[in-house]
Design a protein around this ligand. Structure first.
Ligand code: NAD
Ligand code: SER
Length: 312
């Protein structure tokens, strides 16, 4: 039985990923680790430890002593927070990755998952159905760190045989845990405000289309990618993944089908420039053809789930 650690486990993805991995591999086999003193109560069904991914020696000792087989490295600053603190974002987003890739290179870890993002693309990238292989000139520190991370993952695979796997997640939409400082966070907040206030002020313009995905799809994709036979994983930078692309106006229209009095207004801020540099929609045919990926949630299906489960 594999021993697994999820580093950055208390965030939007980590919370749900830990629960999903524990349901497959058993509660005791999946360590949750995060900078936070305590984990959310939802993760109290298995082991939790406070860990700073930037403390390279402490991370190395734990992973070697516990004989961890698989690492899911989620600790990072996201796009909006990273723009406010670019030096630290670069440090956090890159140094942790090297610590884990080196452990795998030395044979201490068998498999690594490290998430990339649609932020690897930039203003010169084709915006509609953005291809897997295309122009990539990211203009945010977050996107630059993700693009550099992709290059290093591929390098460690090619040079050292490290089994590292990655996805360019779109903006993720969930109700079990809140998002942590991204440009796509509006697409979660809108559901809380729709249910509590009946209106929402969006920090992006109404016609800003972005690639998005419901968290259930993202968690399933992550686990399917990590469980896929090694010969099916041909891309060692990161796979494009598509879920449901929409604009704030289209999302509001879908919400109004359930809450007819809901209203939305727009006050774009610094995140508009970030969103403008990203694709509208993604071509994920490589993921479909190579390891059988298929998204299940379109915008209306995602809206149904969110409005049913968001608690205010
Ligand atoms: P999040 O901000 O919600 O969670 C990150 C977690 O990492 C937090 O719990 C935080 O406490 C922890 N952390 C921060 N610094 C740490 C440190 N030094 N040591 C240990 N833990 C630390 O982020 P998320 O949305 O869950 O994203 C996880 C990963 O997925 C990130 O790499 C992010 O770039 C990527 N991603 C997320 C999205 C999205 O929409 N959520 C989209 C694309 C890519
Ligand atoms: N959802 C993420 C962000 O907005 C995309 O990587 O930062």
């Amino acid at each position: 039985m594999s021993k697994i650690i999820v580093i950055g486990s208390c965030g939007q993805i980590g919370t749900e990923l830990v629960l999903a991995l524990r349901s497959i591999y058993g509660n005791e086999a999946v360590f949750a680790a995060d900078l936070k003193d305590e984990c959310p109560t939802i993760l109290a069904n298995g082991p939790y430890l406070k860990m700073d991914i930037l403390d390279r020696e402490a991370v190395r000792s734990f992973i070697i002593e516990e004989k961890i087989d698989e690492v899911y490295l989620l600790a990072a600053l996201l796009s909006a927070t990273a723009e406010k603190n670019p030096d630290f974002a670069w440090k956090l987003n890159m140094e942790g990755l090297f610590t884990i890739l080196d452990l795998a290179k030395e044979g201490h870890v068998k498999k690594v998952f490290w998430p990339s993002s649609i932020a690897v693309f930039g203003p010169t990238t084709p915006t509609d159905l953005t291809p897997q292989h295309t122009v990539m000139e990211p203009s945010t520190v977050y996107g630059i760190s993700k693009q550099a991370g992709e290059r290093w993952c591929e390098y460690y695979f090619n040079k050292f045989g490290v089994d590292v796997r990655s996805i360019r997640y779109p903006g993720l939409i969930s109700y079990k845990s809140l998002p942590g400082g991204g440009t796509t966070d509006y697409a979660v907040d809108i559901f809380y405000k729709a249910k509590s206030h009946g209106n929402f002020t969006c920090f992006l313009k109404e016609d800003t289309a972005l690639p998005m995905m419901f968290m259930d799809d993202a968690i399933r994709a992550t686990i399917e990618l990590m469980q896929a036979p090694v010969e099916k994983i041909k891309i060692r930078s990161a796979y494009n993944l598509a879920g449901c692309s929409f604009t704030p106006a289209a999302l509001a229209t879908s919400i109004k089908k359930h809450l007819p009095d809901f209203s939305i207004s727009y006050e774009p801020d610094f995140r508009q420039a970030i969103a403008d540099s990203w694709p509208n929609s993604i071509d994920d045919s490589y993921a479909q053809n190579e390891w059988g990926w298929k998204a299940l949630f379109d915008t209306d299906a995602m809206v149904n789930e969110m409005l049913e489960h968001v608690k205010v």
